[in-house]
Write a protein that binds this ligand. Sequence first.
Ligand SMILES: *[C@@H]1O[C@H](CO)[C@@H](O)[C@H](O)[C@H]1NC(C)=O
Length: 259
Amino acid sequence: MSLLDLWLSRSVPTCLLLQSLLLIGFCFPSADTCPKGCACVRGDGLNVTCSHAQLRAIPGDLPPDTVLLRLDHNQISAIPPGAFRGLVRLRELNLSHNAVETVGESALRGVESTLRTLDLSHNRISSVHRDAFARLKARVHIGDNPWHCDCALQQALRVMAYNHEAAGRVLCHSSPLRDHQEGRPFLAMDADLCNLAKRTTDYAMLVTMFGWFAMVISYVVYYVRQNQEDARRHLEYLKSLPSKAPAKPDEADDISTVV
Ligand SMILES: *[C@@H]1O[C@H](CO)[C@@H](O)[C@H](O)[C@H]1NC(C)=O
């Protein structure tokens, strides 16, 4: 009896301690890693849903094993470089219906190889870095944005694996072309927007060179004129010399008489 008592008195606290340690180990990470305003559901991988959560920025504490991330219908205005870098299993990212204005070169760094679906539709994107989607293997939705159809966009779409589907939904809000009409599909513009930009820089270079040339010419003209003036003055001086020349010997005589 007393032996059982002794065993119980020693093992019960040990059991409780072990249990609480296990509880801490299991409960805390899952309770900690679901960001505020989001719902984390473990199904076929971890689904994190932060739709309609009035988020102004991408949560910083996203669980590393997130597979599907819904951030749609928020007020997110920027995707910082490497914003999803830790999410090594991310397959689907929905950022539709936000206020994103641009996609930088390294915005999607770290998830390029795993991402299969990227929804950036219904944002305020007008331009992207030309390499923003370069290494992406995902199906990208970029329609319903106020696109500025320029060389960078043309380059960004050119390197995308699913460029035709994505480009098909891009309507140009503005463009460097003079004769463009607002709302024209990007694919309907068959101009090479990059060569256009190159031609513009060539033209600017030509104008600058012409400007320099004009400056050099006008300086030369000015210099020649100035020299002519000097030469004329010098000539006049020389002409006036003979009348003063006889005065010099007198001065010399004066000096010698003084000496
Ligand atoms: C992203 O979310 C919006 C809003 O819930 C939805 O309409 C859209 O289909 C989603 N995009 C993808 C690619 O599933």
